[in-house]
Design a protein around this ligand. Structure first.
Ligand code: NI
Length: 188
């Protein structure tokens, strides 16, 4: 598979994978490590990319499409055909900055809901790329936030679990047809 195939950013009327929504149990299961980055994984990454671009997302984790594997994709420039997406296999955050930032998040599994979440401002993340090569990335700002959000999905955590403003949270969930009982608040 060539990089060109992986970076095709067309929006498809019928995306290849179905996105699961908050309340669906598949989103709450811990994902399994990928032992070998093979064609099956690359094909999964490609169909996840097609699904993410079609849904106007900037990140997607395999559990969101019902696949119990440690694979995430992130692309902060979905309109830029020349900018390759990040494909991360078995991503693990090695270091978090002590500095915390508040920023707005959304999720393709909770459409319409946008709320502020506190996260470490900077991270160092180790992963394997789509060729199975080990990589280390230092990320800040929105990229750091997006990667942390996607890695959360791999342990069954949804961003709404981290929202501290419960009044706004309940209001937003109700407005967009989600149950507050689907939220599992993170114990601090
Ligand atoms: Ni998400």
């Amino acid at each position: 598979m060539t990089t060109a195939l992986l970076t095709d950013k067309q929006k498809l009327k019928k995306p290849p994978l179905e996105i699961h929504y908050l309340g669906d149990r598949v989103l709450r299961q811990p994902a399994k490590r990928i032992s070998q980055v093979n064609n099956e994984i690359r094909q999964l990454a490609r169909t996840m990319l097609q699904t993410m671009y079609s849904a106007d997302g900037i990140g997607l984790a395999a559990p969101q499409v019902g696949v119990n594997k440690q694979l995430i994709i992130v692309d902060l420039q979905p309109e830029e055909a020349a900018n390759p997406p990040l494909i991360m296999v078995n991503p693990a955050i090695r270091q978090f900055s002590p500095e915390i930032e508040l920023g707005q998040e959304g999720c393709l599994s909770i459409p319409g809901v946008y709320l502020d979440v506190k996260r470490p401002a900077m991270i160092e993340v180790a992963y394997k790329d789509e060729q199975g090569r080990p990589q280390v990335l230092f990320a800040t700002e929105l990229l750091a936030r997006a990667i942390q959000h996607e890695i959360d999905h791999l342990t069954g955590i949804m961003f709404v679990d981290r929202v501290e403003n419960l009044v706004l949270l309940n209001q937003e969930l109700k407005e967009h047809g989600f149950s507050r009982h689907a939220v599992k608040p993170i114990a601090e």
